[in-house]
Ligand binder design. Structure first.
Ligand code: PEP
Ligand code: CO
Length: 448
């Protein structure tokens, strides 16, 4: 037996519990935790091994420059937002963005939502104090509730079950829409949102849709092309694998090994990417494609060790690195990160998250992000990868299909003053529908 096999043999869905684990949940009643986990473990999986392997293959192609990944959704989903409109609108904006990218980049697009399970959030402090009262921070609907009330802020294991059910309901609706023909490339008019006609870039979007529709009609005419592949695009789910008790309960063994069957594409967040920590231990043993957020704090040594631990066999499509460095650091830091990874000789899929390095707080204490900073980080990232002969194979956004005002800038020129009008996020600020659409168009332009 090789050393590696010995190490892997020691892995189990709960071996992470032997490690120091950051961002952990503290339940008061152990029996209640056991009961919730027993119930969760017996419930059917939410996704399948076949879907996961199909996605892994596509991600492997993206790593080689043959596809482009669009990953996006809320910073955190809320149980109360699990209704048809919010789901459909998020699907619509992601489909519209993917159409813009498909048209402009001339590559198949992989569509992945931060959806159907993005219910747990890493926090920088454990407690929050208001008017001399100190309570645990809100950690996402999977763990506790947002209101500043002791009963709501207590960690409740039953919320894991509710999270599972809401994930299932969300996925069910997405699958019904996609299978029913909603995601049909021949009918992009299905994805129109009510306010799209008033968007500053609506004419440009419509011209592109017309051009694609004409090309597809032309292809059909000359080749009698079957439209089977066009009337149903793939759509995958992802979330941060933060609450490991939940992830563990949805980890199932198949003939080919262990899979996290709560989502297709889990990622490790920046605050839990410790080499010796519980999250890396858990993720190394599952067969899903996985991603890791790369922040300015990472050292060269940790980066190399993470790659070797998470993808020892250089399996195609296995590992995605999502860099989130910030507009003010990307130019200085990204080249060295890329060179360090190159030296490992292993292939990764490079993705840029231009959101999380660019969060700021206004003078009134509102968390926001500037459209221009987001754009700058993207532009620099594309340019640096091109210069170093690597391929930036995707983007990771926090966005919503709603008409919120959380990020500053964009064609409509949202200002600090406008943020109050429709600020809905309980956590990070998201691009609204128009800003997301514009961002996709600008990505295409920077690639030309
Ligand atoms: C997130 O994706 O919402 C997040 C918290 O990101 P990061 O781990 O990169 O800070
Ligand atoms: Co976020």
């Amino acid at each position: 037996m090789t050393i590696l096999q010995t190490r892997l043999n020691k892995w189990s869905p709960q071996s992470w519990q032997q490690k120091d684990t950051a961002q952990q949940v503290k339940y008061a009643d152990e029996a209640a935790v056991t009961a919730a986990l027993t119930e969760l473990t017996a419930l059917p999986p939410l996704v399948t091994e076949l879907e996961i392997e199909a996605l892994k293959k596509q991600l492997a192609e993206a790593a080689l420059g043959q596809r482009f990944l669009l990953q996006g959704g809320d910073c955190a989903e809320n149980f109360t937002d699990c209704h048809a409109n919010a789901i459909v609108n998020k699907l619509k904006i992601l489909l519209q963005m993917s159409l813009i990218l498909l048209h402009g980049l001339h590559k198949p697009i992989i569509r992945v939502g931060r959806m159907a399970g993005q219910y747990a959030k890493p926090r920088s402090s454990e407690y929050e104090t208001q008017n001399n009262i100190t309570l645990p921070v809100y950690r996402g609907d999977l763990i506790n509730k947002p209101a500043f009330i002791a009963a709501d802020r207590a960690h409740d294991p039953q919320l894991m079950l509710r999270g599972y059910y809401y994930s299932a309901l969300t996925l069910n609706h997405i699958r019904a829409l996609v299978d029913g023909g909603f995601a049909n490339l021949l009918h992009p008019e299905y994805w129109e949102l009510d306010f799209v006609k008033h968007a500053p870039m609506s004419a440009e979007y419509q011209a592109m849709v017309d051009s694609i529709t004409n090309s597809l009609d032309f292809l059909k005419t000359i080749s009698g092309l079957q439209t089977a592949n066009l009337d149903r695009v793939d759509f995958y789910s992802s979330h941060e694998a933060l609450h490991l008790l939940y992830e563990q309960a949805l980890t199932r063994q198949t003939n080919n090994g262990w899979y996290n069957l709560s989502t297709h594409f889990p990622w490790i967040g920046m605050r839990t990417a410790q080499l010796e920590g519980g999250h890396v231990e858990y993720m190394r043993g599952i067969n899903n494609p996985i991603a890791v957020k790369i922040s300015p704090q990472i050292t060269k040594e940790t980066l190399v060790n993470l790659i070797n631990t998470l993808n020892p066999h250089d399996e195609p499509g296995r590992l995605t690195l999502i860099h989130r460095l910030g507009a003010n650091k990307v130019t200085a830091l990204l080249p060295e990160i890329i060179e360090t990874v190159k030296k490992t000789g292993k292939t990764v899929l490079w993705i840029c998250d231009p959101m999380h390095g660019n969060t700021s707080t206004t003078s009134e204490g509102i968390k926001t992000r500037s459209f221009d900073d987001i754009l700058f980080e993207l532009r620099e990232s594309f340019a640096i990868h091109q210069r170093l002969n690597t391929y930036l194979g995707g983007v990771h956004f926090e966005l919503t299909g709603e008409n919120v005002t959380e990020c500053i800038g964009g064609a409509r020129g949202i200002t600090e003053h406008d943020l109050k009008h429709a600020y809905k996020s309980l956590v990070d600020p998201r691009l609204n529908y128009e800003q997301a659409l514009e961002m996709a168009m600008l990505i295409v332009k920077m690639q030309r």
